[in-house]
Design a protein around this ligand. Structure first.
Ligand SMILES: *[C@@H]1O[C@H](CO)[C@@H](O)[C@H](O)[C@H]1NC(C)=O
Ligand SMILES: *[C@@H]1O[C@H](CO)[C@@H](O)[C@H](O)[C@H]1NC(C)=O
Ligand SMILES: *[C@@H]1O[C@H](CO)[C@@H](O)[C@H](O)[C@H]1NC(C)=O
Ligand SMILES: *[C@@H]1O[C@H](CO)[C@@H](O)[C@H](O)[C@H]1NC(C)=O
Ligand SMILES: *[C@@H]1O[C@H](CO)[C@@H](O)[C@H](O)[C@H]1NC(C)=O
Length: 366
């Protein structure tokens, strides 16, 4: 074989490969400049060919040039943002009523998963003065004569059960794990989901271009990724300059969390464990205390000395309102927990235990 033939072969080989590859190159796209940039594994249905995306990741633009995704069984969601490196996507409801959509959300047939779930119970309360009780109403689900509320706190749920009708208990995908149950939420925060496959995060990190290996396969490949990152000296410099303080901060943060966990275990908020879906108790089994027992518990008008169990705790944990001067409080003798008299009286008529600690030695009426 002479050198000319070899060169010609190499030339055509190169051209052929170039054409094959460029046929599969997919460019970034977006619905509007302010909308998220779309690239593999996502694709915009009418702007990018199907080989530019991964099954289950098809997006489209609506009439307002918003980026939407259609999740099987759960309907359309607005894509608020995408982080390709950490493989995260943030969704919300295009009609601005996410809680209503959460009632029907089912991710089992999608490529997406939630990081954390927190169970919330939604209530429909008629003639409920939520402002007095400091609950956040879900505005888009409430009407003129009723208010819809959501909570993950067992105490709040039991309080609402006595006044409102339960709509549903739903597992809400939340961005962060809450260390204490949420008393009240309008559930309007974007939901943050992740995907396990295809794994393009590392390719993205190395500034590569992730894509399907060939037209009909679901195998992926990473093109043009930086083979080596920064020079070694620069890596050391970055590690010492940023990594070390970051590490120390992390240790500090973990330490704080531990302390917090430890304190809450020690019984400051024994009721406030992680959320639990509370199945409403049937009302026939509820037996609270009788009026004379309740009346025998000490009552104080604020401004005088009410011995609160924690001096810094100046909120009634039943209605969530702060105590105001001249309000009447009642404390439970066995555990010294204080509440508004009207709140605790109503509570005790339904439940014979303290709403905060519950392990109450109170005598039940004979
Ligand atoms: C959406 O984008 C198209 C093309 O970029 C533009 O012509 C149209 O005015 C946009 N519509 C809205 C509602 O912004
Ligand atoms: C979600 O959908 C799947 C399949 O359609 C079904 O089996 C599952 O029970 C659903 N999960 C919930 C919580 O509704
Ligand atoms: C709440 O209850 C009212 C009647 O009291 C009803 O008209 C309304 O549709 C209910 N709302 C929800 C979201 O269940
Ligand atoms: C709400 O209640 C008021 C007073 O009872 C009544 O006049 C009004 O029609 C009710 N509104 C709705 C939407 O049912
Ligand atoms: C991909 O699959 C389709 C249908 O399954 C088939 O018609 C097509 O020829 C395949 N293309 C390649 C390049 O294998």
């Amino acid at each position: 074989m002479n050198i000319n033939k070899v060169l010609t072969f190499l030339f055509f080989h190169f051209i052929f490969n170039f054409l094959i590859t460029s046929a599969q190159i997919c460019s970034n796209s977006f619905c509007r400049r302010t909308e998220p940039t779309i690239r593999f594994p996502f694709r915009l249905e009418n702007l990018q060919p199907s080989t530019c995306g991964y099954p289950g990741f098809d997006l489209f633009c609506d009439a307002f040039n918003q980026t939407l995704i259609e999740l099987p069984n759960s309907g359309r969601f607005r894509v608020q943002s995408i982080d390709y490196e950490s493989q995260n996507v943030w969704l919300n409801d295009p009609d601005h009523c996410l809680p209503r959509r959460l009632l029907q959300l089912n991710l089992s047939t999608t490529p997406f998963n939630a990081y954390f779930h927190q169970d919330f119970t939604l209530f429909n309360c008629s003639a409920f003065d939520y402002a007095r009780y400091r609950y956040d109403p879900i505005g888009c689900m409430s009407g003129e004569n009723y208010t819809v509320l959501a909570s993950s706190s067992e105490t709040a749920i039991r309080f609402l059960e006595s006044r409102c009708s339960m709509i549903a208990a739903v597992a809400v995908p939340v961005q962060w794990r809450f260390f204490e149950p949420v008393m009240t939420s309008d559930l309007a925060d974007d939901i943050r989901l992740t995907w396990g496959s295809p794994r393009c995060g590392q390719c993205e990190e190395r500034r590569g271009r992730c894509g399907l290996r060939s037209v009909n396969s679901t195998e992926i490949e990473c093109r043009n990724a930086a083979r080596h990152g920064l020079p070694r000296m620069a890596q050391y410099a970055i590690f010492i300059g940023m990594g070390l303080p970051g590490f120390l901060l992390l240790i500090g943060f973990l330490y704080l969390i531990c302390i917090r966990e430890h304190n809450s275990r020690r019984g400051r908020h024994p009721v406030m464990e992680f959320s639990v879906v509370v199945v409403p108790h049937s009302t026939t089994t509820i037996s609270g205390l009788d009026g004379s027992t309740i009346e025998s518990y000490p009552k104080t008008v604020l401004g005088e000395s009410c011995r609160l169990s924690k001096p810094e705790n100046n909120t009634c944990s039943i209605c969530l309102s702060e105590y105001m001067p001249k309000e009447t409080l009642r404390s439970i003798p066995e555990c010294q927990h204080c509440f508004h008299a009207e709140c605790i009286d109503e509570w005790l008529r339904l439940n014979p235990t303290c709403p905060v600690c519950r392990n109450s030695p109170m005598s039940t009426p004979s």
